[in-house]
Design a protein around this ligand. Structure first.
Ligand code: UDX
Length: 446
């Protein structure tokens, strides 16, 4: 009998995981506590923008014409308990208000609601990013609260998907990491991931704490890499060097590698910033805070980039934003996503607005979310509209659409052809040839 799978929490991670499990051939039941989300997903609609996800969902959601019918959604914990052999917990763990630590309340309530419904042998698999030590504690909680007792096992299987590539990262993961408490966990997860394993994804088996740490360590490394190149950008600015050239040159060393060396306004999103902070907080609790003090520096280098972009913009418009129109291209924290959580672009836009600038924002997909977070900014329906009458244009999220803009045509609509490239992603020579003053972070002014 094929395994039956449930997915608890249908955000970026859960919705993608549920659709991917159906794609791998399993019967899947997704649960969320927000009825509106369940209603949307049941109609084959994805509550966020993620390339390829809606297509995958519609391929499998029951009731949609031509679908396999393998994927259904519910708000009933009882139904989930009855249905599943393997339960994936995919709820989010945001940063706590006013603290570095992560807010475990969604994980806690998911486990508390699920456990009493587990009346037969089952595997619960945590995918949420949690402080190390959580899995061991949650395993005990399951054993205490589940009617099936020790027949319920826990595994921890961190998720490494990148927004914008969520479907690909879930179906062809570059590694599958499982922290297990017993043999059954490993056996069942090898069955769940049989196809990606056969296709070559490495399967790494570890204990609970190691598996939990793999996730936070990976994100800390990535954050460090970005802040490293941004620190080099600061030095390049002081020494009149070119950080893009520097990144290219050091990237040829295979031990360093080219990826994640794009200097600019830094990292944001729902993962890297809060994960490094939660990691520091947890290390503190464990008495290992010294080991991670460097992450404090990583965080502050990153936050400095946003302030630096605001300064560059202010300098460009003559020292004060008052009466100045500022066009902001990009609101999401990265391209191909509508996610504006801790978005550097929106943060810069907000700071300039608070300093008296008249900010107009355009983003291909993130407008609705941006408007919700920053209703006081002005939003334009297209890049040229956002740039109309602008005294400076800021390129803050590197959408493909912005690289395709025609600088000559755009020069006609702005008040001053001045562009600051906060992502080092535009072709400086092309913009300069069209009459623009082009400046980028960590690069010579020319
Ligand atoms: C990240 C991890 O990559 C992923 O493995 C984990 O599961 C979740 O967190 P994500 O948040 O989707 O994924 O974004 P990512 O692609 O890592 O980018 C994070 C931020 O770093 C973005 O704001 C991006 O613009 C920025 N970034 C990335 C840079 O500033 N420079 C770079 O070179 C790369």
């Amino acid at each position: 009998m094929a395994l039956k799978i449930t997915v608890i929490g249908t955000g970026y991670l859960g919705a993608t995981h549920a659709a991917a499990m159906a794609e791998l051939g399993f019967e899947v039941l997704g649960l969320d506590v927000v009825p509106e989300k369940i209603e949307m997903l049941s109609r084959g609609k994805v509550p966020m923008y993620e390339p390829g996800l809606e297509e995958l969902l519609r391929k499998h959601v029951a009731g949609i014409e031509g679908s396999t019918g393998r994927l259904r959604f519910t708000t009933s914990w009882e139904e989930v308990g009855e249905f599943g052999d393997v339960h994936f917990v995919c709820v989010n763990t945001p940063q706590k208000h006013g603290e570095y630590a992560c807010d475990m309340s969604f994980v806690e309530s998911a486990f508390a609601a699920l456990a009493p419904q587990l009346r037969r042998p089952a595997l619960v698999v945590g995918k949420s990013t949690v402080p190390v030590g959580s899995a061991a504690r949650l395993a005990e909680l399951l054993a205490d609260l589940a009617p099936a007792g020790r027949d319920v096992e826990l595994a921890w299987n961190p998720e490494f998907l990148r927004e914008g590539f969520a479907v690909q990262d879930t179906l062809q993961p570059d590694r599958i990491v499982v922290g297990i408490g017993g043999e059954r966990g490993e056996k069942l997860l090898r069955e769940v991931y049989a196809i990606p394993i056969a296709e070559g994804s490495p399967f790494v088996v570890a204990d609970y704490p190691t598996a939990e740490l793999v996730k936070t360590a990976a994100n800390s490394f990535l954050a460090t890499k970005i802040s490293f190149i941004n620190a080099m950008a600061e030095v390049c600015e002081a020494a009149d060097g070119d950080v893009a050239k520097l990144a290219e040159a050091i990237g040829h060393d295979e031990r360093i590698g080219k990826k994640f060396l794009r200097a600019g306004i830094g990292f944001g999103g729902g993962c890297l910033p809060k994960d490094i902070r939660a990691f520091m907080a947890r290390a503190g609790e464990l008495g290992a805070d010294q080991a991670l003090t460097f992450l404090r520096e990583v965080d502050s280098i990153n936050m400095r980039r946003r302030a630096h972009m605001v300064e560059l913009a202010r300098e460009t418009v003559g020292g004060s934003f008052l009466g100045q129109r500022v066009a902001v291209l990009g609101a999401s924290f990265k391209p191909d996503s509508d996610d504006v959580r801790d978005s550097p672009a929106l943060n810069v836009a907000g700071q300039i607005h608070l300093q008296g600038g008249q900010v107009t924002v355009y983003d291909p997909k993130g407008m609705e979310n941006a408007r919700r977070v920053f209703p006081t900014l002005t939003y334009a329906p297209s890049a040229p509209e956002a740039c109309r009458g602008a005294h400076v244009v800021l390129h803050l999220t590197e959408w493909g659409e912005f690289r395709e803009l025609d600088p000559a045509a755009l020069a006609e609509v702005v008040a001053e052809p001045r562009i600051l490239d906060g992502r080092n992603a535009l072709d400086a020579a092309v913009w300069r040839a069209a009459g623009w003053t082009y400046r980028a972070m960590g690069r010579p002014r020319v």
